[in-house]
Design a protein around this ligand. Structure first.
Ligand SMILES: *Cc1c(COP(=O)(O)O)cnc(C)c1O
Length: 408
């Protein structure tokens, strides 16, 4: 049997079924009218953000990285919890706007912003995190044509990366940000051109679980910000320290010790150089805030045996859960936390693989896990489905179409 990832806190059993925010899985599936579905729980979002705030210095603002989960009702709920939103496309700009989010709280990073996206952002007062000198010049020209002072920040490609992070976004040649040594000249150029100067965005990596590595990266980020602000010859209004905090997906993963990260950051904040004395700091997090608050529910359609192995074939699959299938940036496939939702808490009775309904061997949601014996009609739960699920999976593959999503 292969181990399954750890089920996140906050889930209980009611009448032998998985309950999400106090609601039984089968009731949620009935309410959605269809399987598969993603269920996101408000109370788990609330608890996660509150816990992070309690751990972090008060001075640190918390932003939500929309690309982790842009579901409209979830965005609207997050608006009551976080201090800002980070988007990565014109499409996400439309989503935050539709969710009624104050666009003055939104910043827009990401390579390859088209002119129409730059214009939409500038016209709405969204801060642009500039990814290149070329993009900076296009933004300035568009702003001049609009007769508006654009809100501009520079995304810095740091000369270090986040140790142990699942996705490295800094250190060496990258399509993201502007190499640190070229940043001061561009900052001077933006300020001289009359832009509303919004400072730096420094993102060194994500999906790290090691508090010491995250704290070390934040310390380096502050040092780099101070040096670049000195060299730019202007005080720094804002500094986005990036993200980094991940969630436990796999067997053996431990949650980030956010209290340790917060304590280390508080020490740094108590000892900032003059050039950062009045700077507003934020972090931007996606999966840490929303990942564990979501569950993917899919129904078993068939139970079959092949060469002595049990397969539970579901109506879901990698077209909604690319990451759980191990095909979204993982090198070695390991099992996400999963369970038979309609037999939640029942003892393990057999080894089974939970597969999707796509004709590809890649479509495997749990490989040789230990489960209670399950049958067609039972619901399967894949946990840690709140981030990079619905929006980061190829829903149109094999004509399957998207899953339902509900916020409870
Ligand atoms: C993807 C991304 C994030 C969010 O990453 P998570 O791992 O979901 O926290 C934050 N900032 C930037 C710039 C990103 O590209």
């Amino acid at each position: 049997m292969k181990p399954l990832g750890p089920i996140p806190p906050g889930f209980a059993a009611i009448d032998g079924e998985l309950a999400i925010a106090g609601r039984k899985a089968s009731d949620l599936a009935a309410e959605a009218g269809n399987t598969p579905l993603f269920v996101y729980a408000r109370e788990l979002l609330d608890r996660k953000v509150a816990g992070l705030r309690a751990a972090m210095p008060e001075r640190l603002a918390i932003h939500y990285a929309v690309k982790a989960n842009p579901f409209g009702p979830l965005l609207a709920h997050m608006a009551g919890l976080v201090d800002g939103f980070d988007i990565a496309s014109g499409g996400e700009l439309a989503m935050v706007e539709a969710a009624g989010i104050d666009l003055a709280l939104v910043s827009f990073a990401g390579p390859g912003k088209r002119d129409a996206e730059l214009e939409a952002a500038i016209a709405r007062g969204v801060t642009l995190n500039l990814e290149s000198e070329g993009e900076a010049e296009r933004a300035l020209a568009i702003a001049e044509r609009l007769g508006q002072a654009p809100r501009l920040a520079i995304r810095v490609n740091p000369d270090f990366d986040l140790k142990g992070s699942g996705m490295k976004m800094g250190g060496g040649a990258k399509p993201f940000g502007i190499d640190a040594e070229r940043v001061p000249a561009l900052a001077r150029r933006l300020i001289a051109a009359g832009a509303e100067w919004r400072g730096f965005h420094i993102f060194a990596g994500s999906q790290a679980l090691d508090a010491a590595a995250i704290a070390d990266t934040q310390a380096q980020t502050l040092q780099l910000a101070a040096r670049l602000a000195e060299e730019s010859g202007a005080p720094l209004p804002k500094c986005n320290l990036g993200g980094g905090m991940g969630i436990p997906y796999f067997p053996g993963d431990e949650p980030v010790d956010v209290a340790a990260v917060g304590a280390a950051l508080a020490e740094r904040f108590a000892d900032l150089p003059a050039v950062l004395a009045d700077t507003h700091f934020c972090i931007e997090l996606g999966r840490y805030l929303v990942g564990e608050a979501g569950v993917y529910l899919t129904r078993i359609v068939d139970r079959k045996e092949s060469h002595g192995e049990i397969y539970l074939v579901t109506d879901g699959g990698l077209h909604h859960q690319l990451a759980a299938s191990g095909n979204f940036g993982t090198v070695v496939r390991r099992n996400y936390p999963s369970a038979i939702a309609t037999r939640f808490g029942a003892p393990v009775e057999e080894e089974a693989s939970i597969v999707g309904c796509l004709c590809t061997p890649l479509d495997r949601l749990a490989d040789k896990g230990g489960f209670p014996r399950a049958h067609p009609g039972d619901l399967v739960a894949i946990f840690c489905a709140g981030a990079y699920g619905a929006s980061a999976s190829p829903a149109m593959f094999l004509g399957q179409g998207p899953a339902a999503e509900i916020l409870v």
